[in-house]
Design a binder for this molecule. Structure first.
Ligand code: ADP
Length: 447
């Protein structure tokens, strides 16, 4: 398609050039005829005379394709002519000079040469007083030849276009075959198949795209594996307390002694409490996932007020263990961009841990401070602390340090981490080891 305008331009240029050279050739012949006619002009006693035998006249007029006309004039009028209505030039050439012009005769276009005879002895021609020979002919053979030239040039060009188009068509089709195969492979793939696409046979140009696509598949596969692990871990976590509940319930049913039945019911109560905590933590974790957070409103939240409120809600629990739960903040306000509900969850989990992992009569300090432009929420306790070998794992989902003798499901810190990430906050943590207490800080960049 793109080649067509080029062919058109080439055809027009070729036609123009062909006409130019054809005209040059035939014009020369026309000029020679004019000269031959001019030779027949002589000055006689009676004035300028043209001696042209009929045979010569016939010869001059003879042309297989075209009609030839001529006219010889002097200031008195036509000396001899085939057609006295052969149009004269608009301007005449000077002596012994010639010019060509195009004109119409009997609805046919003509090419005419006008030749001015040189001075004839005894006859004193001037520019306005001269003998002129006009020879004209129709343009049939010129047109014919131009058409032939154009055809002979255009046909090979058209042939080349057809060939190139066919080559391009089949070449592109063949080049796109691997892409087609890839499309078919991908559309037939099962939604569970996240194995990398075979890019060994793909075009070189496609390699980077396929590599990026394979990297994406690997990431999706990784995320899916994580989700699956999480679901199976969660199911496992639920399975144990549920089995315990069932055993306790069966025990209570079989028991005839009221005291023992009560004891079993007490255990059922505690187990359901733990179960309910686990389910709540699972829900909190789901709410902190990026997809869920995308739907919640983020606004300016005063960390100071929020921390004070959450801290208060843990006072009763702390008092049960005689823990000194304190709140410190030298600021009047600590605005951050966030979601109050999620931040409440984050604070609650950290305070809950501090209270749970601090022995009776210990102390827990919750506070807000400002460093540079950042607001820091921190929870410090003088509890059991964390062994260095556990410190790297405590943020993992379902990870629990063994032997703490505290109920829990190992999701609290994972929730804290998710919520902090959603707020672009970072968590720093310090514990000098067992019995040395812990300090968890969440650093929010200030508004
Ligand atoms: P859970 O508390 O339900 O076990 P977490 O994810 O909140 O789960 O905590 C993971 C582990 O980190 C806990 O099992 C505990 O051993 C340890 N841990 C968390 N906070 C503290 C703390 N303030 N002091 C000591 N150990 C802690």
């Amino acid at each position: 398609m793109l080649l067509l305008p080029l062919i058109l331009i080439s055809a027009v240029t070729s036609y123009w050039l062909a006409n130019k050279y054809i005209n040059q050739t035939y014009d020369k012949a026309l000029y020679r005829t004019a000269l031959a006619l001019a030779d027949q002009v002589s000055l006689e006693e009676l004035g300028v005379q043209v001696t042209l035998p009929q045979v010569a006249k016939d010869l001059l007029e003879f042309d297989e394709e075209d009609d030839v006309y001529f006219r010889i004039i002097d200031p008195t009028g036509d000396l001899i002519s085939t057609h006295t209505d052969l149009p004269l030039p608009k301007t005449y050439p000077k002596g012994d000079k010639f010019l060509y012009y195009e004109t119409w005769l009997h609805s046919e276009k003509l090419r005419v040469v006008a030749y001015a005879l040189p001075t004839i002895a005894g006859f004193a021609p001037t520019d306005n007083n001269n003998v002129y020979v006009m020879v004209g002919e129709t343009l049939k053979k010129r047109t014919l030849m131009a058409n032939e030239i154009i055809l002979s040039m255009l046909l090979p060009q058209l042939l080349i276009i057809c060939l190139v188009s066919a080559l391009l068509f089949f070449g592109i089709k063949r080049g796109l075959l691997p892409l087609d195969k890839l499309k078919n492979d991908l559309s037939q793939r099962s939604s569970n198949d996240l194995s990398p696409v075979d890019n060994t046979k793909a075009l070189t140009e496609l390699q980077p795209l396929l590599s990026a696509f394979n990297a994406l598949l690997a990431r999706v596969s990784n995320t899916m594996a994580k989700q699956q692990r999480f679901v199976s871990d969660a199911a496992h976590q639920l399975k144990t307390p549920l089995a315990g509940l069932k055993t306790q319930a069966e025990l209570a049913l079989r028991e005839t002694d009221i005291a023992k039945t009560k004891h079993a019911l007490g255990q059922i109560n505690q187990a359901s409490g733990n179960l309910s905590h686990l389910v709540n933590q699972l829900l909190s974790l789901t709410k902190a996932e990026p997809e869920a957070v995308a739907a919640v409103v983020f606004e300016t939240v005063d960390l100071y007020l929020l921390a004070q409120e959450v801290c208060k809600s843990w006072v009763a629990e702390a008092l049960k263990k005689d823990i000194d739960l304190g709140f410190e903040c030298a600021l009047k306000i600590a605005p951050v961009h966030g979601n109050a509900s999620l931040l409440r969850e984050l604070m609650s989990n950290l305070i809950s841990n501090a209270v749970r992992y601090t022995p009776t009569s210990g102390s827990v300090t919750v506070g807000i401070k400002k460093e540079n432009l950042n607001f820091i929420f921190y929870v410090q306790d003088n509890g059991i602390g964390i062994f260095p070998e556990d410190q790297t794992r405590i943020f993992e989902r379902f990870y629990r340090v063994l032997g703490t003798q505290q109920e829990g499901c190992g999701l609290g810190l994972a929730i804290v981490q998710e919520i902090a990430e959603r707020h672009h906050a970072s968590i720093t943590f310090r514990s000098d080891g067992e019995g040395k207490g812990s300090l968890f800080s969440v650093v929010f960049s200030g508004n």
